[in-house]
Design a protein around this ligand. Structure first.
Ligand SMILES: Cc1ncc(COP(=O)(O)O)c(C=O)c1O
Length: 346
C-alpha cells in the first residue's frame, strides 16, 4: 500500500524552466537584467539577521504595497511567491469536492494546487485564438463553484482579456463565488483596454488580485507575491499562510525593489519593445503566434513542440515546450533574442 495519496500518482509535476550551463534561458518568464538597484545591498544587510524569525505580519512591506496601490494594508496578504498565495486562496475558499473553474491551457500550477487542496478542477478550454473563453467559464459555474481563476495575461499563451468582456463576465459571477485575477504579468501590459484588475474591480468584495515581484520586479529567486482582496478574504488568507514564509531577506529585497520603480519601468519598456521586434520576426515563419501582452509569446506547435524545443536547445537556447500543445518563449535581452531568432534561421 502506498504511504502517500494514490491520486497524486496521476498528477503531472510542476516543470520548471531548465537551466543548462552555457545556454540562454528563455524558459521561465524572468526579466534578464539582474536584481534592481539596491536589492543586493538590502539582502546583504538582512542576511546578518537570519538567526531571528522575520516579521510574521510583514508589516513594513504590506504598508508599502498598500501605499503604492492606494488601498488599506488589511486588504493585503504576502506569500512565498504568488503561486503560494494561489494555493492559500484555494485552501481558504474550497472544501474537498468544491469546484474551481479555470481556463486551460493556463498556468500549470492551477491543476496541481486544485488537486492537492482536494478541490475539483473544472478546466475550460481556451478559444481557437488561445484566449480565455469567458462565456464558457461563466456557464461552468455551479452551486459547488467556490473560485474562478482568470489569468490576465494568460500564461503560457500571452493573450489578454479586455475590459468590456471582463465587466460582462464579472457581472455574471454570483456574489458568493470568488474570482481570482492572476496578474503575474500585469507590468508588461501595453494595451490600455486590458484592465488593471485592482483599479477596475477592487471595489467588488468577491474579486481578489494576485501579483508577484518575481517577474518585472526581478525577485523570482526570493519568492515574494501578494494578494489584494476584501479585508475578510485577505485576513482568511493570512491565517492559512505558512508562518514566516516571506523571509526577512525577501521582505528587505521587496522594499528595495519597490523603491526602484523607475528602473523597473525602463526594463519593462525594453522587454516590450523586444517583444514587438521578436514576435514580428517570428510571425513571418509562424503566423499563428497569438497576440501577447506579456514578457513571452506562444507558438502553438502541437505535436511539433518537443522537437522545436530540442532544435532550439541544440542552438544553445532553452525554451519551454508543452508537448502536444505549444512552446512558450520568454523575451530576453536583445542579444539573447537574436540567438533565438538565428536558431530559427531568421
Ligand atoms: C500566471 C502566473 N501566476 C503566478 C505565477 C507565480 O509566480 P511566483 O510564485 O514566482 O510569484 C506565475 C509564475 O510563473 C505565473 O505564470
Amino acid at each position: 500500500m502506498s504511504l502517500t495519496r494514490p491520486d497524486l500518482d496521476a498528477l503531472p509535476a510542476y516543470v520548471p524552466g531548465r537551466s543548462v550551463p552555457g545556454a540562454i534561458k528563455l524558459a521561465s518568464n524572468e526579466v534578464p537584467y539582474g536584481p534592481l538597484p539596491g536589492v543586493v545591498e538590502a539582502v546583504t544587510e538582512a542576511v546578518a539577521g537570519v538567526h531571528r524569525y522575520p516579521d510574521m505580519g510583514v508589516v513594513a512591506l504590506r504598508d508599502r504595497i498598500a501605499e503604492r496601490l492606494g488601498v488599506e494594508a488589511d486588504r493585503i496578504a504576502t506569500g512565498c511567491g504568488s503561486v503560494a498565495l494561489t494555493e492559500h486562496l484555494l485552501r481558504t475558499a474550497c472544501l474537498p469536492g468544491d469546484e474551481v473553474v479555470y481556463p486551460w491551457r493556463s498556468f500549470e500550477a492551477y491543476p496541481i494546487i486544485a488537486a492537492t487542496t482536494a478541490a475539483t478542477s473544472v478546466r475550460i478550454p481556451n478559444t481557437a485564438d488561445h484566449a480565455h473563453d469567458l462565456d464558457a467559464m461563466a456557464a461552468a459555474i455551479t452551486d459547488k463553484t467556490r473560485l474562478v481563476i482568470v489569468c490576465n495575461p494568460n500564461n503560457p499563451t500571452g493573450t489578454a482579456v479586455r475590459r468590456a468582456e471582463l465587466d460582462a463576465f464579472l457581472d455574471k459571477v454570483p456574489s458568493n463565488v470568488l474570482v481570482a485575477l492572476d496578474e503575474a504579468y500585469r507590468e508588461f501590459v501595453t494595451d490600455d483596454t486590458v484592465p488593471d484588475g485592482l483599479a477596475a474591480y477592487g471595489d467588488r468584495p468577491n474579486v481578489v488580485v494576485l501579483r508577484t515581484l518575481s517577474k518585472a520586479w526581478g525577485l523570482a529567486g526570493l519568492r515574494v507575491g501578494y494578494l489584494v482582496g476584501s479585508p475578510a478574504v485577505a485576513a482568511a488568507v493570512r491565517k492559512v499562510v505558512t508562518p514566516f514564509s516571506t523571509s526577512g531577506a525577501a521582505q528587505a529585497a521587496a522594499l528595495a525593489a519597490l523603491s526602484a520603480e523607475d528602473e523597473m519601468l525602463r526594463r519593462v519598456a525594453l522587454v516590450c519593445a523586444e517583444r514587438e521586434r521578436v514576435v514580428t520576426a517570428v510571425r513571418k515563419l509562424y503566423p499563428e503566434v497569438p497576440e501577447t501582452q506579456s514578457n513571452f509569446f506562444w507558438l502553438p506547435l502541437g505535436d511539433q513542440s518537443a522537437d522545436f524545443a530540442a532544435k532550439c536547445e541544440q542552438a544553445g537556447v532553452i525554451v519551454r515546450a508543452f508537448q502536444g500543445d505549444g512552446v512558450r518563449v520568454t523575451i530576453g535581452t536583445p542579444e539573447e533574442n537574436d540567438q533565438f531568432l538565428s536558431a530559427l534561421g531568421i
